[in-house]
Design a protein around this ligand. Structure first.
Ligand code: SAM
Length: 609
């Protein structure tokens, strides 16, 4: 038995399981391992699209969970563990990663995807070895691996699925089922390690421990003590693994693929597939598939619960069946649609995310911004090489004329075009406004002016968050005259008023708080200074300005959205939190605070003393 000698090696060591899962705890307790449980605070928010495979994602999540605990314990628990074990289980089917369902509908979607099919269960495991060095420095080394098990679901009736969902069992389980209890009845067969499906691949774990503690040359622990952290203290995006040597890659760790900036080498010396580059190569096709499906209103059509076949969709949008079928299948592969078999035919329906964000009439619809991306940003980015050479916007090349400023072209054209632009601004604002409004406690301000507040989307959200606040939306006359198109029907709008004017030329309405959301990054430095000077003069002591933008990380290393947005080559620039602090301080706002919201836009509050 491999485990006993390993267990004796662990005697006297502080072993920690960085997981709240009772199933993992039980598996390890049952084999006599003595350990403490410290659930990880790491939020499982890694961008799945950045990973070459589901197992890479599971391993990285396991590693981040374990590292978070390993790094927290010396400070919060005042003791340093010897070993921290992290694990993450994902279920994959049809190229999609299924984690834990968020509600019963989500569980139903997951289980009907698995119904009658074979799927894979991957558990990624990370073992973090912590060594306290001189001067209290701690070195962290990681060994990680994954295990795959193939599971086949029987053909289950709708009644059975719903009965299982109503049992409540699916809710905290990856893929929406627990094989060790009622969910076992859904399963026809299992190929591989059963405990891996329960949540922990015990056998593989023991083999790895044996390699670590019995000195097998097959396993190399990789230093991870230089894991970088983002400004808000959360773990950074997955990056090329630091400290990884070719020897490590060629060792026992070759069983897992890595996300690498350079092509990686496998044991045999052949070059592995460069997933990140392949992902970027296809990125434009994926964007265009989303744009085309939105422009053709495919998500609106599929809103009616039961789904439609490709032939039905083609008929409704007067398009070719072959074209529609390809588009729908591509959308399934992108996780935007689901494809389910109904007897002889396949029907397509929206994922929950598509229903929420892609249907043009949904409350949080991004449809307007997607149409804008297709009609305006796509042609602009087509000329990016010229943009880079010339350092200027490619508006003239893309559209045949150079407007005086960014907004002129959209506003002084047809009403339809203007509404489309406003719709784009409105849709992004709707999704972000709640988080911006509540990034700080602004309840002390009685009046606010949303400068360049467009359709009022932000202002309505401020009115919701602060019942004692009245907000004036200040924007160009061409915008203000259309505000009735965007008025919410489910809210008392009496505290939101609109004033037309030009923020460079006209007096601003008096207010305690001035909001500048997605304004400053569009303008050249001299215009930014003109505007801030004006706001500073309009502010009384105790008054404030709230700037909302995507904030750059220090050293301009991210976030990607901001760096890609900068490529549109407007005269303005993207700034970091500390650059906005300096800017606001230079205009008399002496108390400045930065908040990352986790949404599209962050927030910087400057108070005038
Ligand atoms: N603040 C809104 C948001 O976050 O959704 C809109 C941001 S949009 C990028 C810029 C806004 O500034 C538009 O509504 C535009 O009409 C307005 N704007 C541009 N130039 C302006 C000016 N000179 N005076 C007033 N508003 C202006």
């Amino acid at each position: 038995m491999v485990l006993n000698p390993v267990i004796s090696k662990l005697a006297g060591k502080l072993v920690v399981l960085a997981s709240a899962s009772p199933r993992r705890r039980e598996i390890l307790t049952n084999v006599g391992l003595r350990f403490e449980v410290v659930p990880s605070w790491f939020k499982e928010t890694l961008d799945k699209s950045l990973f070459g495979s589901p197992q890479d994602y599971a391993v990285e999540t396991a590693k981040q969970k374990a590292l978070e605990v390993a790094k927290r314990m010396p400070f919060k628990h005042l003791k340093t563990p010897d070993i921290v074990i992290g694990a993450d289980t994902v279920v994959t089917v049809d190229g999609l990663i299924l984690e834990k369902p968020v509600d019963k509908q989500d569980a139903y979607r997951m289980l009907s995807r698995l119904n009658g099919k074979e799927h894979s269960v991957f558990t990624g495991v990370a073992i973090i070895l912590c060594h306290e060095k001189e001067g209290k420095n701690i070195e962290y080394n990681a060994v990680d691996f994954y295990e795959e098990t193939r599971v086949k679901f029987a053909d289950l009736s709708e009644e059975m699925l719903w009965e299982y969902i109503h049992s409540g069992e699916p809710m905290d389980k990856a893929g929406g089922y627990g094989i060790q209890a009622l969910g076992g009845m859904l399963v026809e067969y299992v190929h591989g390690d059963f405990l891996n499906v329960v949540g922990f691949p015990l056998n593989h774990f023991c083999k790895q421990l044996n390699k670590i503690f019995n000195g097998s040359a097959g396993t190399l622990a990789v230093p991870v003590d230089r894991t970088s952290r983002t400004a808000d203290g959360g773990p950074d995006r997955p990056s090329r693994r630091e400290g990884t040597t070719e020897a490590a890659q060629a060792s026992g760790r070759a069983e897992r693929t890595q996300i690498a900036a350079e092509p990686e080498r496998r044991a045999g010396g052949s070059t592995a597939f460069p997933h990140r580059i392949a992902h970027l190569l296809d990125g434009f096709k994926a964007s265009k598939a989303l744009f085309a499906a939105s422009a053709l209103k495919v998500f609106d059509l599929l809103d009616a619960g039961h789904g439609l076949t490709a032939v039905q969709v083609a008929e409704k949008i007067a398009a070719s069946v072959v074209g529609v079928e390809r588009l729908l299948d591509a959308a399934v592969s992108l996780g935007l649609l689901e494809k389910v078999q109904r007897g002889e035919v396949a029907v397509y329906r929206n994922t929950e995310e598509a229903s929420r964000y892609l249907i043009s009439t949904s409350d949080l619809s991004l449809h307007g911004y997607i149409v804008h991306s297709n009609d305006v940003l796509w042609p602009l980015f087509t000329h990016l090489e010229h943009g880079v050479r010339e350092g200027s916007s490619q508006h003239e090349r893309a559209f045949g004329k150079q407007p005086q400023d960014l907004f002129q072209d959209a506003y002084y054209s047809s009403e339809e075009r203007k509404l489309r632009f406003l719709d784009a601004m409105h849709s992004i604002s709707k999704v972000t406004a709640g988080d911006v409004a509540t990034a700080f406690d602004l309840s002390g301000f009685r009046t606010a002016c949303d400068v360049g507040g467009c359709t009022g989307a932000m202002a309505y959200e401020f009115a919701k968050a602060y019942p004692g606040m009245s907000i004036t939306v200040f924007d160009l006359p061409a915008v203000i005259e259309l505000n009735h198109h965007f008025q919410p029907h489910d809210q008392d709008c009496s505290r939101v008023t609109f004033v037309a004017g030009d923020f460079f030329k006209d007096d601003l309405p008096k207010a305690d708080l001035y909001i500048l959301a997605r304004i400053l990054h569009d303008w050249s430095d001299d215009k930014v200074h003109i505007l801030l000077r004006k706001l500073s003069e309009a502010c009384s002591p105790g008054g404030a300005v709230l700037v909302s933008e995507i904030l750059l990380e220090e050293g301009r290393r991210g976030p990607r959205r901001a760096l890609l947005q900068a490529l549109s080559m407007t005269p303005g620039s993207q700034r970091s939190g500390s650059e906005y602090c300096l800017l606001l301080k230079a205009h008399g706002f002496s108390q400045v605070h930065v908040r990352h919201t986790g949404n599209f836009l962050d927030a910087v509050l400057g108070v005038r003393l």
